[in-house]
Design a protein around this ligand. Structure first.
Ligand code: SF4
Ligand code: SF4
Length: 192
């Protein structure tokens, strides 16, 4: 995680690159009143993954408020967030940080911004591909697709074998009966 002095230096350096429309754009996509954040840092204090993030959740909110678009969209924190909602529950203003992070991820993907945690994006894609194919997740397929992208076949082999032995990994996927309904969710939205 970046130290406060590093973050403040970055903000001072980039103030002339402020995008004044950014906060409104993130609010429109997430439905979150971002300017209600008063930076008490309760969210960062409760987040179980904060040490793995470059910016803690309250700092990402601050970057959005300041219109520091590039820094917010390139943040690793928006990808490391698992959406557990611990932060929102502790927030005195009920700010839905996972919704903000979702909006930032969408914008980052649409704008082709370098993803802060590409392996996490690959994992998300593997899960979604499995759901699109079968209507539910197939863990073995997800692991294989993910490993294929990561070119890392052996690191979790022991865990995989243990799961297999305990029948936590099914060899063949099971498919939901209403697969057509599920696949419709993956169709591109009509713009009409
Ligand atoms: S807990 Fe809520 S108000 Fe406090 S810093 Fe986090 S988002 Fe802002
Ligand atoms: S939802 Fe995301 S940011 Fe909030 S506590 Fe969980 S991991 Fe941290």
């Amino acid at each position: 995680m970046k130290h406060i002095t590093e973050i403040e230096t970055t903000q001072i350096l980039d103030l002339n690159q402020m995008d004044l429309c950014f906060v409104a754009e993130v609010k429109r996509r997430s439905g979150v009143e971002i300017n209600q954040c008063w930076h008490c840092q309760s969210c960062a204090g409760g987040c179980p993954f904060v040490l793995a993030m470059d910016y803690p959740p309250n700092r990402v909110i601050r970057l959005v408020q300041l219109g520091l678009r590039k820094e917010a969209l390139e943040s690793s924190g928006i990808w490391i967030c698992v959406g557990c909602n611990t932060c929102s529950i502790q927030c005195p203003n009920s700010i839905d940080i996972p919704a903000v992070n979702d909006a930032l991820r969408q914008i980052a993907l649409e704008e082709g911004v370098a993803v802060g945690e590409p392996n996490i994006l690959n994992f998300h894609r593997a899960v979604l591909q499995s759901i699109e194919r079968h209507g539910r997740s197939h863990k073995l397929e997800i692991m294989l697709r993910y490993k294929l992208k990561k070119h890392d076949w052996f690191r979790d082999m022991t865990v995989g074998l243990k799961m297999f032995a305990k029948r936590k990994l099914e060899l063949l996927p099971s498919r939901t009966k209403k697969i057509a309904d599920v696949r419709r969710l993956f169709e591109p939205k009509s713009t009409v």
